[in-house]
Design a protein around this ligand. Structure first.
Ligand code: ADP
Ligand code: SF4
Ligand code: MG
Length: 359
């Protein structure tokens, strides 16, 4: 068997639901649109993916590609009436899209929890950090306050907060930004969630703490077989952690495969751009590819054809196809999906001769 067909089989196996049946989280044809005075913002437009228990999905894309809107939709946290959400969000088979808010609330904490980009949005300013962890824990665990407090101190310790026994009684404003971020992570992990969504969990933290937090997420997964989604604009963060990676652009998926495929044989020009702009310590700056030129489109007026066409070096190579026809998100073998019109041989040639040598 050739190496590439072996790789394809491995990829297919990774994308297959667990033996127990359907994946723990399955998102199908999700659309999240915000009607505004300027027009409809299509923040998420026909997105499908799934995550099994014990697996980590990395969702990667530049700022504004719809990553946070996707996670807030799963958690049922969009303000009522602001977002028009269609499609399916199946959590262990239960569709969350039309579930009444109080029922979704009951799922938060134990069945699913989220680490936010901005810790202040998740913490109440008038309660001590410890009390907030204690309350979150006691919603789903019938334990005394003393036991819950001990659990809170233990968690603060595990996320690297010094003197947790005294810091547990501090208010959020008494913590530095990085400490607040860690306290919020402790809160999210307090009930050992079955699905954890970490939205840029380490962006504000220094490298050592980043590594600690990512280790903690890995521990949670190993211990409780949780499904994990890590959202980041930095492919480096998910390189070691993710089983599968979905690359998003302008509210859609443009590439999806195993992490090994995404790093070793990426097939979409946007993914090439992301890889090329990853910081590399072992190369001179001049040797690297340039950051992707231009900026992502407005999600009110997404370009016709391929949304990436204004920034893509290969947009003109297929006649006017890239400018007129939206590329379908399709399986190019073994579960590796892309949305791009480039023919397979042409993609391979570009990767081999123009991209890979510069990475
Ligand atoms: N409540 C809202 N109303 C209108 N537009 C929104 C709202 N929330 C997010 N958006 C828009 O949706 C797009 C995707 O945002 P987001 O998911 O936060 O991106 P990111 O990938 O950086 O997390 C952005 O253009 C953002 O301005
Ligand atoms: S469809 Fe065209 S514009 Fe879009 S990524 Fe592929 S080559 Fe580039
Ligand atoms: Mg975001």
């Amino acid at each position: 068997m050739s190496q590439s067909s072996e790789d394809n089989l491995a990829a297919a196996a990774a994308n297959r639901p667990a033996a127990s049946g359907a994946p723990f989280l399955r998102v199908r044809e999700l659309r999240v649109h915000f009607p505004t005075d300027d027009g409809v913002v299509k923040s998420v437009d026909n997105l499908s993916f799934s995550v099994d228990r014990g697996k980590t999905l990395g969702i990667v894309g530049e700022s504004g590609s719809g990553k946070s809107v996707t996670s807030l939709s799963i958690m049922g946290l969009h303000k009522r009436g602001t977002a028009k959400i269609t499609g399916e969000i199946l959590l262990d088979g239960q569709d969350l899209v039309d579930l009444p808010p109080d029922q979704v609330r009951q799922l938060r904490g134990k069945r699913m929890a989220m680490i936010f980009q901005d810790p202040l949005s998740a913490m109440h300013p008038f309660y001590t950090v410890g009390n907030q962890i204690v309350e979150a824990y006691r919603v789903h665990n019938k334990v005394t306050k003393a036991v819950a407090r001990k659990h809170a101190i233990d968690l603060l310790d595990r996320v690297g907060i010094p003197n947790p026994k005294s810091r547990v009684d501090d208010y959020p404003h008494q913590f530095s930004g990085g400490m607040r971020q860690r306290a919020m992570i402790a809160m999210a992990l307090s009930c050992d969630p079955e699905l954890l969504i970490a939205d840029e969990p380490t962006t504000a933290l220094d490298v050592t703490v980043q590594a600690q937090i990512l280790d903690l997420i890995r521990d949670l997964q190993a211990e409780f077989n949780s499904a994990v989604i890590i959202i980041t604009h930095d492919l480096g963060v998910v390189a070691e952690l993710a089983d599968d990676i979905m690359v998003m652009y302008a509210g859609r998926a443009v590439e999806y495969s195993t992490a090994a495929d995404i790093f070793n044989s990426p097939q979409h020009p946007y993914t090439w751009g992301l890889l090329g702009s990853m910081p590399r310590l072992d190369r001179e700056r001049t040797e690297r590819l340039q950051p992707i030129k231009g900026t992502p489109p407005s999600l009110i007026n997404v370009p016709e054809g391929c949304p990436f066409n204004p920034r893509c070096s290969y947009a003109g190579t297929n006649g006017d196809l890239s400018f007129t026809v939206r590329p379908e998100f399709r399986d190019i073998g073994g579960g590796h999906h892309i949305a791009c019109h480039l023919p397979a041989e042409e993609r391979q040639r570009i990767w081999d001769t123009e991209i890979r040598p510069k990475l």
